[in-house]
Structures are given as C-alpha cells and as structure tokens.
Write a protein that binds this ligand. Structure first.
Ligand SMILES: *[C@@H]1O[C@H](CO)[C@@H](O)[C@H](O)[C@H]1NC(C)=O
Ligand SMILES: *[C@@H]1O[C@H](CO)[C@@H](O)[C@H](O)[C@H]1NC(C)=O
Ligand SMILES: *[C@@H]1O[C@H](CO)[C@@H](O)[C@H](O)[C@H]1NC(C)=O
Length: 499
C-alpha cells in the first residue's frame, strides 16, 4: 500500500484510542445513571421509560450480567465505533435497536456515547430501561424519528415477515438516516433480495463481512441510507411499483452473481436424445435447484405457478409438493389450466388457486383441439377468429372435440400478481405455445419476476411407438428448443429442461 494510507491508518487508530478513553468515562457515567438513578432518561423530551418504570431489580440484572452478555456488549461497541469513525453514527444520533436480544446493542451504543438510544423487543422478559416492549412490526414511534437504526441477526434473519419489518424500519428512520443490518446469510442472491425490500426508500451504502459473535464466526454487515423521498410518478403501469425512471426491464439487468448461479446449474442436454421419453425424464436427477444454491429467506411471498397444470398429481402433487426443495417456506400455488376436464379436482384443493385459462400473449379467445388423451392435447391459437386447427396424426385415438377457451395475457397477469420481492417458481408445459410466451415474457420484462423456471419445449421428437419416426405434432426442432433455453439463460433466467 502507499504511504498516505498507512499514515491515515495510524491517525485513525490514535483517534480510536482517544475515543475509547472517552467511552470509558461515558461508561462510568452510564453505570452511575443506571445504578443510582435507576433509569435512563437522558435527553429531554426523548424519554423511553417503560410503563412499569424502572423496577429495583434492574440494576442487579446489570451488575450480575454474565460474562457472555458483557462480551456481547463489547462486540457491539467495537462494531458501532467503526460506524462512528466512518460517519454513519454520531454521539447526538437518535438511535433504535430493532429486535434487540437483551439490550446488548443498546448498552453498547450508550457506552460509546450515543446516549439517545433505545431498543425494541417483543420479548417481555427483556423489559429494562434499555428496551421498549413492543412489536417491531408496529413500532410505537412516529415517522422519521431515528437517525440511526440497527438490527442484528435476531431481526430480519428471524422475522417471518421480513418485508413488513423492513417497511416499518423505513418508516421510523428519518430521510438521510442510516440503517445497519447484521445477517447470517452469505450469498449475493440473498443480499439482493434484502436490498429489494428497501428499494422504495433506501440505497445501499456498503456491504461487507465482519467478525461475528458466537456462534457465528462471521456475519455480513449491510449499511443502508434512507433517501430523501422522491415523488413516484404514476407511469400507468399495471398495479406495481416501478422506479420513477425505470421499468422492470432496466431493473433486471443481470447481476454477475446470477450468471454465476447459471454457470453452476446443470448443463443442457445438447445432443438431441434418441429416446427423449427416457433421457428427459431422467434429467430431473441432474437438476440443480436454485433453492439448493442460495438462501431465499429475504423474500416477501413464495409463489409457485404451474402453467399447463393438468391434473393435480401430474406435477403440483407429485413433483412440486414432494420434491422441490422449499427451505421450509410455505408456497402459494397457482394452477393455470384451460382444460375443463381437470377443473373439478381443484375445487377440493383450497391451497391451490386455479386459473381456468390458457396462458397466452393477450386476452383473447382461443380454439383448442383435444384428443382422447388429455396429455396429448394440442393448443393452436385461432387466426382472425377462424380457429386454424392443426390436424392430428394419430387418427385412431382422435375424437375431434374442438373447444373454445379463454386465453390470458400471462406476462400481464404475472406482473399484477407478484413483485420482485417475491420468490417465484414457474413450471411451463404449454404444448408449443412456449415459443410465443417466452419471447413475450422477455419483451415485457415479466421474465425478471421469475426466479426459476422449468420448461418443457415441444419439438418434433423421436417417437417411442415407431422407431425412426418423428412426431408431427410440433414443427419446431430440437435445435430451436436449445435456442430458446439458451436465450433464457443468457437473459439471466435459471431455466431447466422439463420433460
Ligand atoms: C407515515 O408513513 C407511512 C408510510 O411510510 C404513511 O403511510 C403515513 O401516512 C405516514 N404518516 C404520517 C403522519 O405522515
Ligand atoms: C391424473 O394424472 C395421472 C397421471 O398423470 C393419471 O394417472 C390420473 O388418472 C389422472 N387423474 C385424473 C382425474 O385425470
Ligand atoms: C386481461 O384480463 C384481465 C382479467 O380480466 C384484466 O385485469 C387485464 O387488464 C386484461 N389485460 C388486457 C391487456 O386487456
């Protein structure tokens, strides 16, 4: 390193020494206040005495604090001193520790001289002069109250409504104020998910790994700054929050770590399989699920959309419920299925929302041709209302039932239904319509809402029945399917080959 940096480090450490001397004085002063005055109400109007006031056992609690507790306070002191020296925290900051465990972080802040500090916790045993007993999700504070908020690994990491907690923190933090989050999650994906929670109010200042506290050897420290509010214009988009200058497409420029995830995914089957009914089905064993690579804790909702769901057991029951790794999250399930033959079964399934439509590129009436075997159904969109129906080869099983059904604008529906804060898994088996739907998803930016997609691509595959013969149901070739899959991964979408 060059000399100026060294010099400034020396300077910094002597400043730190002077500061820690100050801290010692403050600590003594604080101990006096707590033990003698029995409460802490140091800064005029900003007084957080709990309703039960200070009970006599409080000082004893402090005095008999375990070594571990003291160690924890020291840990936070050093964390906060770094933040002071970097200008995120000041002695006159009004500070809040959200979901504090037993007030260690609160005491640490007061000890280093940030006297106007309080903690909030739902844990009723933790009620001391350091902590307000209350819900972090509904803080008893006005908007824009605090200059600084901190939430340790018992905050967002443990919350089962992390997005709502993030919003509440945004509310009570003043514009220009800083939030520091400690999290045990490590991968870039979860960091991005976390930041997405704050995207309406705040901006990332920095994120780094620091030494952790028992039992965590290291943790990630994220510093976020609340922005001065900007009036969000209504750009006429359907229902969702869009950034004032960007649409969804811009926001989903593919970050590097997404490319890394894709590189670590299973490779595509490049060679056209001679026995696709075996090769493609077996491929499920090779699939590297996104949820086996990244942490999905920082998501608002967990959503599974089965496009071309058929009957319940065909993929929702047999695969998604049983095999997809869900990290213990509860998923909302949507089944999009136009074929009436399957609808009855879903009436008894409360946990699945059925959309009795065909996923399409706009809202319009389509014509379906249905063969005896519902799994060999062919979808061909009508042209000029005339319903051009593709002939079916295997005439023996063909019953000639032409059906009129409603197609929905799938990309539009997705944008209205989920947001980037949600974790969205899609399975798509739409009998060739994928060559329309996927480009439409990319063009509208709706593709950015999908975290992982399992796609069956329909092409003129070799037939099981008749060696050497290709299916005539679909005109696309295997190469065209590979182009579709490749274009998705190039767009940063984790796509898997479905059978
Ligand atoms: C406080 O903020 C919330 C959301 O940030 C907003 O809905 C509410 O109107 C604000 N309240 C006041 C009194 O400004
Ligand atoms: C659902 O699909 C499975 C196999 O995919 C089939 O065995 C079963 O008969 C179907 N049930 C209904 C009600 O169609
Ligand atoms: C399509 O239909 C849905 C549901 O009726 C509606 O909310 C949506 O606005 C329609 N989209 C377009 C582009 O007309």
């Amino acid at each position: 390193m060059d000399p100026p940096t060294l010099k400034s480090n020396v300077l910094k450490s002597s400043v730190a020494r002077v500061l820690s001397f100050g801290v010692l004085i403050l600590a003594v002063r604080f101990a006096y206040m707590v033990t003698v005055k029995g409460g802490s109400c140091v800064s005029g109007d900003f007084c957080f005495r709990t309703r039960r006031a200070a009970t006599p056992r409080v000082p004893e609690d402090f005095l008999s604090a375990t070594k571990k507790w003291r160690k924890s306070v020291d840990y936070y002191s050093s964390v906060f001193q770094d933040l002071v020296s970097e200008g995120f925290l000041f002695p006159n900051s009004r500070a809040l520790c959200v979901e504090t465990l037993a007030g260690e972080d609160v005491l640490a802040l007061r000890e280093i001289g940030v006297l106007d500090t309080i903690g909030i916790s739902t844990n009723p045993t933790a009620s001391t002069p350091l902590i307000v007993n209350g819900e972090a999700l509904r803080q008893p504070f006005e908007n824009d109250t605090f200059d600084f908020e901190f939430t340790g690994t018992f905050g967002l990491d443990r919350s089962n409504r992390p997005f709502d907690l993030a919003s509440e923190i945004c509310r009570t933090l003043r514009p220009g104020g800083f939030l520091v989050v400690h999290t045990a999650t490590k991968d870039r994906y979860s960091l991005d998910s976390l930041l997405e929670f704050f995207s309406n109010c705040c901006r990332l200042i920095r994120s780094r790994e620091i030494d952790g506290i028992d039992p965590l050897p290291s943790i990630r420290e994220v510093v976020i700054k609340k922005e001065i509010p900007i009036q969000i214009q209504n750009l006429g988009h359907e229902g969702r929050n869009f950034s004032p200058n960007g649409n969804l497409v811009n926001k989903c420029s593919v970050p590097g770590h997404r490319r890394e995830i894709i590189q670590n995914a299973e490779p595509f089957i490049q060679e056209e399989p001679l026995k696709p009914w075996i090769t493609l089905k077996r491929n499920i064993k090779n699939i590297k699920y996104l949820t086996s690579m990244v942490d999905i804790s920082f998501k608002n909702r967990y959503v599974y959309v089965d496009v071309g769901a058929r009957n319940y057991s065909s993929s929702i029951g047999s695969w998604f419920k049983k095999q997809y790794p869900k990290q213990n999250k509860k998923f909302e399930v949507y089944a999009i299925e136009a074929d009436k033959a399957f609808h009855g079964e879903y009436r008894g399934k409360r946990e699945v929302t059925l959309l009795p439509y065909a996923a399409w590129v706009r809202n319009e009436t389509l014509f379906f041709e249905i063969t005896w075997d519902p799994s060999k159904k062919i979808v061909e969109r009508g042209r000029g209302g005339m319903g051009r129906i593709r002939p079916v080869q295997s005439s023996a099983s063909y019953m000639g039932d032409v059906d009129k059904i409603q197609g929905i604008d799938f990309a539009g529906w997705l944008k209205r239904t989920v947001s980037e804060r949600d974790f969205v898994v899609v399975k798509m088996d739409v009998e060739g319509a994928e060559f329309h739907l996927v480009p439409r998803l990319i063009e509208t930016g709706a593709i950015c809402l999908i975290d992982e997609i399992f796609l069956e691509c329909h092409y003129n595959r070799w037939q099981r029945c008749c060696p050497g013969q290709r299916s005539v149901k679909y005109q696309k070739t295997y190469a065209q399917c590979m182009d579709l899959f490749t274009s998705l991964r190039e767009n940063g979408v984790l796509v898997h080959q479905w059978w």
